[in-house]
Design a protein around this ligand. Sequence first.
Ligand SMILES: *Cc1c(COP(=O)(O)O)cnc(C)c1O
Ligand SMILES: [Zn+2]
Length: 416
Amino acid sequence: MFATKLRCLKCRAEYPLITRYNCLKCKGILDVEYDYEAMKREEVGSQFTMGKNEGIWKFKDFLPVEKQENIVTLKEGDTPLFYCKRLSASMDLANVYIKDETRNPTGSFKDRPISVAISKAKEEGETTVITSSSGNAGVAVASYAAKAGMKAIIVVPSTTPRNKFLSIVCSGAILVKVKGTTSDCFNVVRELSQKYGWVNLTSTFLNPFATEGDKTVAYEIYQQLGLVPDWILVPIGAGPLLVGIYKGYKELKKMGLVEKLPAMVGVQSKGCAPIVRAFERGESKVKAWGTPPHTIASGIADPLQGYSNDGTLTLHIIKESGGIAVAVDDESLIKSVQELSRFAGIFAEPTGVASVASLKKLREKGILKETDTVICVVTGSGFKDTHTIEKYVEIPPIELEPTLKEVENFLEQKLT
Ligand SMILES: *Cc1c(COP(=O)(O)O)cnc(C)c1O
Ligand SMILES: [Zn+2]
């Protein structure tokens, strides 16, 4: 293990490598540090694909878990990177790729951060975990806790897509539905974790080990694409996935494996866009979103109330990378669900296609050049959010008799 310590990103204070949520001195966000010099000396980078582990744990040397036996995995990661010719053409672009995170074991990228953070909790001998979530992280925690034999408490807004509840309940976790936003869940869970000592796996920047899982997306793209893309587009709530991916690229650069870094684009929904608002106003700090989120993108509807500093870190990283923050509306999300399905064969939830939904806009504004290499991270599966999609996409109500004549007649109309 090359991870050495936790460091506060704000005041630079150091802490040992054990689960802790914020800097004691300044409440800043904690980040995992590694001995990159040693990694370079031992040529860890060239061993990327070696070892017996699969998925994200191929990169165990780059993750903060010591013992092999503590790894809790459902074989997350190793998701496909697709070159999408037809989707590219429809967007007047030449090189659009999809990093298909719907292919993770519980249907979203959240399996990456949760696998790392829960493995760390296991390493520390913990038996009960708790999380606040907009849905997908709750499903991931419930599933991974089941695998590990840990008790799990999942606190989510009652407006969370129903299929996500089903999966949580089936796994035996305690489901707590509250009348409120993701931020309300966040704040209750933070207090419960403090009071009872349960490990908080909330995958904002709170648990520093979670973001480490996110960075494996960058390692995989590095292996799959063979070059650094010009742009990586990511749906963001608080933004740890985006920040994690950028950290992954910075590490690759530190180890001399890549020369440049990608520009990061953070995509939010217009109905809840605190980071985009700050970006557009040229502000250096993100403020919490004052009104209740109003969007079908439930997975990124995070008002950041009580932890707006998380958004500020993401804003800072977007700017540092030379990227931008952009908001899309619900209509374009539903349209993108269908376009991604139609042009690339991938069925994703509205939140998950926010990256795809921003393509047209960024192309029209001339921000994306025709030949730029663009990766859209598609973050979550459509199968867990069918109730939302059904409100907009009609399933044909017509039912036919099973006769050649009737089916032929029907097809005749359809095919002309
Ligand atoms: C959680 C989630 C996001 C937002 O990711 P963050 O890194 O927490 O900002 C995006 N898409 C989906 C499908 C999610 O579940
Ligand atoms: Zn600090």
